[in-house]
Design a protein around this ligand. Structure first.
Ligand SMILES: NC(=O)C1=CN([C@@H]2O[C@H](COP(=O)(O)OP(=O)(O)OC[C@H]3O[C@@H](n4cnc5c(N)ncnc54)[C@H](OP(=O)(O)O)[C@@H]3O)[C@@H](O)[C@H]2O)C=CC1
Ligand SMILES: O=CCCC(=O)O
Length: 339
């Protein structure tokens, strides 16, 4: 039996205030839990649920549907489910009902709070899930949040896998994501064929929290790279160079990255069609800085980049692509910051 005392003693000592508030919000019912023994899933899942039909969730769910999977979807804003429903997906009006009607349920939510709400809140998945079922959270969250969701899911006897993804909108559309998984190995093995439909590779990293950590480290690097690239583009222009040529030079050398060659040309035109929303990149930097703080690892570059994304957010760029961080370096914003 998973009693509150057992649960509470497993809370990592470095939880920040936000995590503590989240824990408080969801901790009350835990004392009444009777935890059934987690039951291995032996059959490949035939009924699959998908919660969170946003920029990423939509193409991921679409690929499952195209592969002939019996799919049930839910999204807070129901209208985003409509294109999938018209292609044959079923719809349930709550995460609880999706989890109750499916063998395995995937969740692709914005941030730690929404991932917790959908998994553990009123009519959350935890109320419909149970032995013989699985929950796979592919959202980008911090390890503490993921562990909390895992505890709650597993207390019902279901299995849990965290599986955040590397790769953006286009790789999601092309089934080319990279899954960074951790948690129940049995569930990893069972959903392997589903991950292969949505992705090109998958890593199993052990205990819950390791997938989240890997994802945050990768996105911390990416956020700093984009900030640095932005500085380079603007500097090249100011000293009279052609930034388009800079993109070509960069693309042929040691620092070549697909991100620079795909996003550089539109950044030069001050266009930021959203693939990865800037607000999510800033969230990931914030969470990565929390991770670094928990182990006293200095991350001054990421901390500086985070400040830049915060400036961009304060200028209304949250829902633009994260490459819009370059705007925060333009003189109009620099002046308004110092006024
Ligand atoms: N876009 C990208 O390139 C990548 C994103 N990610 C990560 O994937 C996750 C999703 O990103 P993305 O699809 O781009 O983001 P979107 O903002 O497009 O989608 C966010 C999803 O979360 C839902 N949501 C937000 N708040 C709540 C809430 N309080 N309760 C219930 N549902 C909520 C939204 O519902 P609604 O439609 O109602 O708003 C939507 O379905 C994030 O964690 C992000 O960091 C990972 C890799 C790449
Ligand atoms: O979390 C978003 C990652 C975007 C990418 O890997 O291109």
């Amino acid at each position: 039996m998973l009693m509150c005392s057992t649960f509470c003693s497993s809370i990592p000592h470095h939880l920040n205030l936000a995590s503590m508030m989240i824990m408080k919000r969801f901790s009350a019912p835990i004392s009444s839990y009777v935890s059934p023994r987690a039951q291995a899933i032996t059959e490949p899942p035939s009924r699959v649920g998908f919660l969170g039909i946003g920029i990423m969730g939509s193409p991921m769910a679409h690929n499952l549907l195209k592969a002939g999977i019996d799919l049930t979807v839910w999204n807070r804003t129901k209208s985003k489910c409509d294109p999938l429903i018209s292609l044959g997906a079923k719809y349930k009006p709550s995460p609880e009902e999706v989890a109750a009607s499916c063998d395995v349920t995937f969740a692709m939510l914005a941030d730690p709070q929404s991932a917790l709400d959908v998994a553990c809140g009123k009519h959350g998945a935890v109320n419909g899930i149970g032995p013989g079922k699985g929950y796979v959270d592919v959202s980008t969250v911090d390890g503490d949040t993921s562990k909390l969701i895992s505890e709650r899911i597993k207390s019902t006897g279901a299995l849990f896998l965290e599986a955040p993804v590397s790769g953006s909108k286009k790789p999601a559309e092309d089934g080319q994501l990279i899954f960074l998984t951790a948690g129940d190995k049995n569930l990893y093995d069972t959903v392997g064929s589903l991950l292969d439909i949505m992705g090109k590779s998958k890593f199993y990293l052990g205990n819950v929290g390791n997938g989240a950590a890997m994802k945050l480290v990768v996105n911390m690097i990416m956020g700093s790279m984009m900030a640095s690239f932005s500085e380079g583009l603007l500097l090249s222009e100011k000293v009279g160079l052609d930034p388009d040529v800079l993109v070509q030079v960069v693309s042929q050398g040691a620092i070549s990255a697909p991100m620079y060659s795909t996003k550089g040309p539109s950044m030069i035109q001050s266009l930021y069609p959203t693939a990865f929303p800037l607000k999510h990149q800033q969230k990931d930097l914030r969470l990565a800085l929390g991770l670094a703080e928990s182990v006293s690892q200095p991350t001054p570059i990421a901390a500086a980049a985070n400040e830049l994304y915060k400036v961009a957010k304060s200028h209304g760029l949250s829902d633009q692509d994260f490459s819009a961080v370059i705007e925060a370096l333009k003189s109009k914003f620099q002046h308004s910051e110092t006024k």
